[in-house]
Design a protein around this ligand. Sequence first.
Ligand code: ZN
Ligand code: ZN
Length: 346
Amino acid sequence: MMAALLHGAKDMRVEVYPRPEPQPGMALLRVRRVGVCGSDLHYFEHGYCAAFVPTRPFVLGHELTADVSALGEGVTGLQIGSRVTVNPARACGFCEHCKAGRGNLCQRTIMLGSASTIPPTDGAFAEYVCVRADQCHVLPDNVDDGLGAMMEPFAVALHAVKRVRSVSGKRVLVTGGGPIGLLVAIAARAFGAAPVTVSDLVAGRREIALKVGADFALDPAAKDLPPQVQEIALDGFDVVFEASGAPPALRQAFDLVRPGGSIVQIGTLGTQDIPLPANLVMNREIEFTGSFRYGNVFDEAIRLVSSARVDLRPLVSGTLPLQSAAQAMIQAADKAQALKVQIQIQ
Ligand SMILES: [Zn+2]
Ligand SMILES: [Zn+2]
C-alpha cells in the first residue's frame, strides 16, 4: 500500500509500505479521509511531539473515515463494507480507569499515529490501517467522509464541555480559535451556553469564530480588553475553556474567569512547568480542571452532527490527495488561512 511516512522534522515521504494484517479482534480499514491534527503538526514541525520521540519512521494520522475491509478472528458486531469513524485511543479495557468508564486516563492506551508507544503506532495517512474492532463507530449516510473525519476532534470538544457540570445559560469564553477551540465553542453553544466568546490573537481566526457561531470574538492582546470583557460578562466568564496551549492565555484565564467560575485546560502546554496564580484559585474559589482526549462520546458526537444540531462543515478548509501529504501539513500550519485540512485517500 501507499503511506505517508514521517522520517524526521519536515520530512514526510509518500512511499510503498507493508499493509497491516488484522490480528484477532482487529479490523483492517481502508481509509477514505483523514484530518490533520495539531499533534500531527507538532510531529511534522519538530520530528517529535512533547515527550513522544519516534524511534523509527512512522505514519501519522488519527482523525478518519474508513471502510471496513477485513476482520480478524473473533470480531462480532462489525460488518465488512461498513463506513466508520474511529476512536483512535485504544484503552486496555481492564485497568481501574477503564473499568470506571474513564478510559482516556488508561496508562496502557495505544494511540493511533503516535510515538507514545515504542515502537510508534502507525496511523491513517495510508491506504490501510488496523484498529481494534470496538474502536469503530458506524456512520449514518448523512454524515459524509469529511464530517466523519471531524468526529475525533469534535469528541475532544464534547468531552471538554462535559468536564464542567453544565454550560447551559453560562457565559463561556474559549481561548484559542483553532479547530479544537471552535469545536468547543460550537459544542458549548449546542449545550445552551450564552453568550459564547472566542479569543484569538489572529484576526482571521476571530472572523471565522463569529461565522461558525461565536457571539463575540476578542483579541486577547487588545489594550481595552477589560472593558470589552465587562460588557460581555460583567465580572468575568462563568467558564473559560483554554484551547490555545499558550501559557499567557492560561495565565489570563485566571483574570477573566469570575469568582466561583471554572477553567478547563484542553490545549497542550508542553512539558515545562508554568507559574500559576494559585492564590486566586483559593480566594476566588476557581475550579481548574483538565480535559484529555475523550470519554465514550463518539456516538453522541455522530448523533449531534447527523441530526444537524451542529454544523462542522465550515471548519473543513481544504482537502488534498495522499501524494500531497507534506503539502497538507504545510497548509494546515498556516494559522491565518487554514482550519481543518484533510487528506482524501480514496
Ligand atoms: Zn486529533
Ligand atoms: Zn486501561
